[in-house]
Write a protein that binds this ligand. Structure first.
Ligand code: AHM
Ligand code: MG
Length: 336
C-alpha cells in the first residue's frame, strides 16, 4: 500500500477553473473575482471555438455588408463572436465596462458604486479574415481593475489609476489553446474536447531569450520608416527566417514558444500603426513581459507604459524575445 495522501505534481490534471481558484486561495482576502470573470471568458471562448470549427458547415464564413468601427470589413463570425462574449460577460456582477473591437462605444454594464469593479477589453475574433482559409484565429482579452471612487465608464478605464490585472488569448488552431497571465507568470491550457475543459499543459512559460525569426508583413517594406528597413536589412544579412501568418494570436503564440520577434510597425499610410492598444497590444505586451520577453513600440517605448486616450487608439508593436527586441533597437536608429 502506498501513501494515501495525494500531493500536487505537474502530472495531476488541473483545469483552468481549478488553477484560477488555487491562485486565489494563495491570496488571503481574495474575492473570487477572477474565477468569476475567467469562467465567463472560458465559456465564451469554448462557444466561439465551436462556431469557428463549424463555420463552413453552418455557412457563417464570409463578409457582412457592414464595416466595423474602424471602417474595416466585418466578417459574419466577428459579429457572432462579439455577441457570444458580451452575453457571457454581461451577467457577471463585478464587471462594469466591456470594450470590444467590434463596438464603437463601450458597453456600460453597471457603475462602480453598483459593484462594477472591472473593465474587460477584447478582440472577439482577431485575424478573422483568415477564417475562410481555415487558418488559426484567436480571441484576445485584458482585464482592468477600475479605480475606487466616483469615476465610471470610459473615464474610469482610461484613467491612469486603472490597472491591468490579467491578460490572455485563445488560439483556435489545430488545438484550442488558452494562454493566461494574472501577473504571476504565464500558463497554457489546451481544450480537451472529450471533457469540455481547458487543462493545464504548461506552467510558467518562459519565452526563449533569442530566436532568429522575424514576423512582419514585409510586403509593406517600402512604407516602413527608415529605421525599420535598416533592421530588416540587418536581419537578411544575418540568416534570419521569416514567418508571418497574419493572425496576431497565432504569430504571437509561435513567438512565445519558439522565440523571435513580431513586428507591426507604423507605415506611411498608417502612421499610428494598425494594432489597437487596449485589446491587442497591451494584453500581448503583458503576456510577453510576464514570460520574460519585451514589448515596445517601433520607437522603443515600453507598451505597458502607454496610456490610451481613446478606446480604439492604435499603436505600433515590436515584441518577443528580449534579446531580439534588443537587437531591433540596436540595429535600427530609434532616435529617428
Ligand atoms: P483584425 O483585428 O481586423 O483581425 O486585424 C488585426 C490583424 C492581426 O491579427 C494581424 O497581426 C494583422 O491584422 C495583420 O494585418 P496585415 O494583413 O496588414 O498584415
Ligand atoms: Mg484584431
Amino acid at each position: 500500500m502506498g501513501d494515501p495522501t495525494t500531493t500536487w505534481t505537474d502530472d495531476n490534471l488541473m483545469s483552468l477553473q481549478s488553477h484560477v481558484l488555487a491562485g486565489e486561495r494563495e491570496h488571503p482576502g481574495a474575492t473570487g473575482d477572477f474565477s468569476w470573470i475567467l469562467s465567463a471568458i472560458s465559456l465564451a471562448t469554448k462557444t466561439i471555438g465551436n462556431k469557428v470549427r463549424r463555420a463552413r458547415i453552418e455557412d457563417v464564413i464570409g463578409e457582412l455588408a457592414s464595416n466595423n468601427t474602424h471602417g474595416e470589413q466585418q466578417q459574419k463570425l466577428d459579429v457572432i463572436a462579439n455577441e457570444i462574449i458580451k452575453s457571457c460577460l454581461g451577467s457577471r456582477a463585478n464587471i462594469g465596462v466591456l470594450v470590444s473591437e467590434e463596438d464603437e462605444e463601450p458597453t456600460i454594464l453597471r457603475t462602480r458604486s453598483d459593484g462594477g469593479r472591472y473593465a474587460v477589453f477584447f478582440d472577439p475574433l482577431d485575424g478573422s479574415s483568415n477564417i475562410d482559409v481555415s487558418v488559426g484565429v484567436g480571441t484576445i482579452f485584458g482585464v482592468l481593475r477600475l479605480p475606487d471612487g466616483g469615476k465610471g465608464g470610459t473615464e474610469a478605464l482610461l484613467s491612469p489609476e486603472a490597472v491591468m490585472v490579467a491578460a490572455g488569448y485563445v488560439l483556435y488552431g489545430s488545438s484550442t489553446v488558452f494562454v493566461l497571465t494574472t501577473g504571476n507568470g504565464v500558463d497554457m491550457f489546451v481544450l480537451d474536447h472529450s471533457i469540455g475543459s481547458y487543462v493545464l499543459t504548461k506552467r510558467d512559460i518562459r519565452i526563449p531569450t533569442e530566436g532568429k525569426i522575424y514576423s512582419i508583413n514585409e510586403a509593406y517594406s517600402a512604407r516602413f520608416q527608415e529605421h525599420v528597413q535598416t533592421y530588416l536589412q540587418w536581419a537578411h544579412d544575418n540568416d534570419y527566417s521569416s514567418r508571418y501568418i497574419g493572425s496576431m494570436v497565432a504569430d504571437v503564440h509561435r513567438t512565445l514558444l519558439k522565440g523571435g520577434v513580431f513586428l507591426y510597425p507604423a507605415t506611411s499610410d498608417r502612421p499610428e500603426g494598425k494594432l489597437r492598444m487596449l485589446y491587442e497590444a497591451l494584453p500581448m505586451a503583458m503576456l510577453i513581459e510576464q514570460a520574460g520577453g519585451r514589448a515596445v513600440t517601433d520607437h522603443g517605448t515600453r507598451i505597458l507604459d502607454l496610456k490610451a486616450s481613446t478606446i480604439h487608439e492604435r499603436t505600433s508593436v515590436v515584441l518577443g524575445s528580449s534579446g531580439e527586441v534588443d537587437l531591433f533597437e540596436k540595429h535600427s536608429d530609434t532616435s529617428l
